[in-house]
Design a protein around this ligand. Structure first.
Ligand code: CTP
Ligand code: CA
Length: 229
């Protein structure tokens, strides 16, 4: 269950949270983005701080109120998020990778504003893959680290896909939510997720993101107690 308020069970831990969604420039004013609000990541950060952790949030385009006692760093693109993560990861104990990172970005963004009547006005945008930030960090993980990924999946096969990512990305846990459900997930205040670890699948009943965040942190505490570094 959720830790009672004042429970400092995360004291002494450095928690790094990524939140929001990256924006990949098309030109100087336009971008390719996604619908992640940052609510899940910010809820994780607030709950972790409340439980005594030292918390840094890498916020990708999040327009939400910020909690006192939490350090926030703003990033825009997947590349900026990757750089900030590379700086922060070595000194964190727990990484909660809640940000929705673009998988593709425009290969050659224009540095001015594209004009619709220009002779060379584009009819398509060439894309390239972004680096997988989480996989790159997992390559540098030490026994001290706990890595949690987040996956939005559609309906059938969601848990199997998530388990694949857990293994491929060398994670301790992955938090899966089913985005075929319109009322939960992106931009909603409630969420309904399953926490997948190597040992088990733990479905959490639909609840406000604060409560889901607490349950995710409970699982982090359990995993770290089970496998001390
Ligand atoms: N992730 C990342 N860097 C990327 C893409 C994803 O760090 N370029 C992270 C996300 O922050 C998330 C986890 O990987 O914690 C899973 O993201 P998801 O989009 O579900 O997985 P992908 O590997 O991108 O696979 P796909 O989108 O094709 O399902
Ligand atoms: Ca993806």
């Amino acid at each position: 269950g959720a830790a009672p308020s004042g429970d400092a069970d995360l004291a002494g831990l450095r928690v790094l949270v990524t939140a929001g969604g990256t924006r990949e420039p098309i030109d100087s004013v336009r971008f390719i983005g996604n619908r992640s609000s940052g609510r899940m990541g910010f809820a994780l950060a607030e709950q972790a701080a409340r439980r005594g952790a030292e918390v840094t949030v890498l916020a990708a385009n999040v327009a939400l109120p910020r909690a006192g006692g939490v350090t926030y760093r703003d990033v825009e693109t997947a590349a900026e998020l990757a750089d900030a993560c590379a700086q922060e990861f070595p000194r964190c104990d727990v990484l909660l990778m809640a940000a929705a990172v673009a998988d593709f970005r425009p290969a050659a963004p224009a540095d001015t504003k594209l004009k619709k009547d220009a002779a060379d006005a584009p009819t398509a945008i060439a894309l390239e893959r972004t680096p997988d930030v989480l996989s790159a960090l997992a390559e540098q993980r030490t026994p001290r680290h706990t890595l949690v990924g987040f996956a939005a999946e559609h309906g059938d096969g969601a848990l199997a896909y998530a388990r694949g990512k857990l293994e491929r990305k060398r994670l301790d846990a992955i938090v899966v939510n089913d985005i075929s459900r319109a009322d939960i997930g992106f931009d909603a205040t409630d969420n309904e997720v399953t926490i997948v670890t190597a040992r088990r699948e733990q479905p959490l009943a639909r609840a406000p993101k604060e409560q889901i965040a607490s349950a995710i942190l409970d699982e982090v505490v359990r995993m770290r107690a089970a496998a001390p570094s």
